[in-house]
Design a binder for this molecule. Structure first.
Ligand code: C2E
Ligand code: CA
Ligand code: CA
Ligand code: CA
Length: 277
């Protein structure tokens, strides 16, 4: 029999090799995927907890390989960031949304669409221009397009603060995404003004039936209230979570309870049923 130690190191070597192989191949593959337009968008409804109405949606990127396999963004976004392709992806997302939006904002003037940006975007003033063009292309007015920036993407506070300030001056609300998962959440909130705070799913998950709801989620809510920032709870999967968060003063929610990410056509169908706004 082969000793366990040797087996373990063989396994380790194999997995390192596999990761290295995909890491080096990925940038070229992503570049070609951009050219071949293999990326597409899905939209997940954003719901007003008090009424259940769809008041917005988040645009989420997906990658359909030529093999038919759909790769989730958690796999390729970090690679695109590491190899300097992320801003091309952001441009692609903006263009793709513009091409689908049609008369969305004319029909639903109060509707919000969240667009995710990455660290490179939030440190580059050209991103403001990208959003200005997106607004022009979609006929979006003030507040229609929300810029979603994850907390982890703020590497240079003062540069990020400058870009965010410009976005807000142009009329784009800015959301701090995945809130609570970074290292110095409080420091950002003191220095940069945000319009929305998205409570990360990992905290929403702690809201459950056995009365063991984590105090952390309550602290986040208290803090957002004190700073007067509107909250959006992410990853709401149960009625109990929605009810609890609503009672605590969270106004908006997003999650499988209300709707999974869907194609734009399906979002429009749902919208017709969900309101007149
Ligand atoms: P995110 O911005 O936090 O997006 C929310 C993620 O949670 C989405 O995963 C969504 O499908 C998932 N989700 C929503 N509700 C539920 C729920 O009730 N249960 C569960 N289990 N999951 C739920 P997705 O689409 O796989 O995206 C993952 C991440 O990839 C996003 O996290 C975002 O950070 C990034 N991403 C997605 N699209 C883009 C993009 O266009 N640009 C950039 N830079 N990043 C993107
Ligand atoms: Ca997001
Ligand atoms: Ca998030
Ligand atoms: Ca997340």
């Amino acid at each position: 029999t082969i000793p366990v130690g040797i087996l373990a190191s063989l396994l380790l070597a194999w997995s390192v090799f596999r990761i290295a192989k995909t890491r080096t191949a990925m940038p070229a593959v992503i570049k070609s995927a951009l050219k071949q337009r293999e990326f597409f968008l899905e939209y997940q409804p954003l719901v007003e907890l008090a009424t259940g109405r769809w008041i917005g949606a988040e645009a989420l990127i997906r990658w359909r390989r030529t093999t038919g396999e759909v790769v989730p963004p958690d796999i390729f976004i970090p690679v695109a960031e590491a190899c300097g392709l992320i801003q091309q992806i952001s441009q692609y997302v903006a263009k793709q949304f513009a091409s689908e939006a049609g008369d969305l904002f004319r029909r639903y003037p109060g509707f919000h669409v969240g667009i995710n940006v990455a660290a490179a975007d939030i440190h580059d003033e050209a991103t403001v221009l990208m959003f200005r063009e997106l607004a022009a292309a979609t006929g979006a007015g003030r507040n229609n397009i929300i810029v979603e920036a994850t907390e982890r993407s703020f590497t240079d506070h003062s540069r990020a603060a400058t870009v965010i300030k410009q976005m807000r001056q142009e009329g784009f609300p800015v959301a701090i995404d995945d809130f609570g998962t970074g290292y110095s959440s409080l420091a950002y909130l003191e220095r940069i003004r945000f319009d929305y705070l998205k409570i990360d799913k990992s905290f929403v998950d702690t809201v459950n039936t056995d009365a063991a709801t984590s105090g952390v989620v309550l602290h986040i809510i208290e803090m957002a209230k004190a700073l007067n920032i509107e909250m959006i709870a992410e990853g709401v999967e149960t009625e109990l979570q929605a009810q609890f968060l609503y009672e605590q003063g969270v106004r908006f929610g997003q999650g499988w309870l209300f709707g999974k990410p869907m194609p734009f056509s399906q979002l429009l169908e749902g919208l017709e049923k969900s309101m007149p706004m």
